[in-house]
Design a protein around this ligand. Structure first.
Ligand code: SIN
Length: 268
C-alpha cells in the first residue's frame, strides 16, 4: 500500500484511512488520481482534513472518478449534482440517520459518494462506516452458500416515502452477495435503509433473515467512526460499505454538501 503522491494512515485494522499530502481544491494529476483510486480500493473509505472546497470544486473532484449522479432528492439550483446536507434546530430528520448503502434502490447504485463538511457541532455528528467485505467474511460457510442463492428487492419508498407519500421511487433487485468489480472480493449487499425483502421466500423468512443480516452488517468489529473537523472530506466506496450519520447534536448546526459518483452499468 505504498503510494507515490499521498500518505494513508489507517484508522482501524479493517477499514478507513486518513489521507494527507493532497489539496483537493487544486487539479488532480494522473499520479494522484491513480493513488486515490488505489487508496479507495485498499481502505474502502478515505478521509481528508483541512480542505477548502465549494460546490463547484467538490463537483470537479467527483468528476475525476466518474459521471456525477443527480440525486433523487433535490440538488443545489446551480449545481444539480451537488446536494446540500444541513441540520439545525428546525430539523425533523437528517439524511442517513439509518444504516444504508447510498441509493441501492437504483439498478446501478452510485460507486461512491464524496461528502464535504464545513460546519460542525461542538461535539457529535460523527459518521460510522461498516465494511461489507468483513461482514461477508464473518458469515458461516453454510450461510454464505445459502445467501449466494438469493436476491433482494431494494425500494426507494423505504427511505424517502415518509417525506413524500405520493411520490414514485426507484426499486431494484440485487444479489444478496455481490462481487466488488475492482477488488474481486465478495460483499454482503443488503441494508436497513433500502432493502424491503428477500425475494422468493416467505415474508417471515425474509424478515427474520434481514433482521439477522442487518445486525450482522452493523457489527462494531468492522466499523470505523469518523470524527469530523470543519472542512474535512469523506469519500466512501458504496459497493463495499454501509454508513450511518449519527444525529446526536440536535439542536446544533451541521452543514456541508456531497456528490455521488455513478456506478458502472457493466458491474450490475
Ligand atoms: C449520508 O450520506 O448518509 C450522510 C452522511 C453524513 O451526513 O455523515
Amino acid at each position: 500500500m505504498a503510494y507515490k503522491t499521498i500518505t494513508a494512515s489507517k484508522l482501524t485494522p479493517t477499514l478507513g484511512a486518513e489521507i494527507s499530502g493532497i489539496d483537493l481544491s487544486q487539479p488532480i494529476s494522473a499520479d494522484q488520481l491513480a493513488d486515490l483510486n488505489q487508496a479507495i480500493a485498499d481502505h474502502q473509505v478515505i478521509f481528508f482534513r483541512d480542505q477548502t472546497l465549494d460546490p463547484a470544486s467538490l463537483k470537479r473532484v467527483g468528476q475525476y472518478f466518474g459521471e456525477l449522479q443527480a440525486h433523487a432528492l433535490k440538488g443545489l439550483p446551480d449545481h444539480p449534482e451537488v446536494r446540500k446536507l444541513h441540520a439545525d434546530e428546525t430539523s425533523k430528520h437528517v439524511a442517513g440517520e439509518e444504516w444504508h448503502t447510498d441509493m441501492s434502490c437504483l439498478a446501478v447504485p452510485p460507486m461512491g459518494s464524496i461528502l464535504y463538511m464545513h460546519t460542525l457541532p461542538t461535539l457529535g455528528g460523527d459518521t460510522i462506516f461498516a465494511s461489507m467485505y468483513a461482514a461477508y467474511d464473518a458469515l458461516s460457510p453454510g450461510m454464505k452458500t445459502y445467501l449466494e442463492t438469493l436476491t433482494a428487492t431494494h425500494d426507494g419508498a423505504l427511505a424517502f416515502g415518509r417525506f413524500d407519500p405520493e411520490g414514485k421511487f426507484p426499486k431494484a433487485v440485487h444479489p444478496v452477495i455481490r462481487t466488488h468489480p475492482v477488488t474481486g472480493k465478495k460483499v454482503l449487499f443488503v441494508n436497513r435503509g433500502f432493502t424491503s425483502h428477500i425475494n422468493g421466500v416467505s415474508r417471515e423468512e425474509s424478515n427474520a433473515l434481514l433482521q439477522y443480516l442487518y445486525n450482522h452488517a452493523e457489527n462494531a468489529y468492522w466499523q470505523v467512526r469518523f470524527r469530523w473537523t470543519p472542512h474535512a472530506v469523506a469519500f466512501w466506496d458504496n459497493r463495499c460499505t454501509q454508513h450511518l450519520a449519527v444525529w446526536d447534536y440536535f439542536p446544533q448546526l451541521r452543514s456541508g454538501f456531497r456528490v455521488q459518483v455513478e456506478g458502472n452499468p457493466a458491474d450490475y
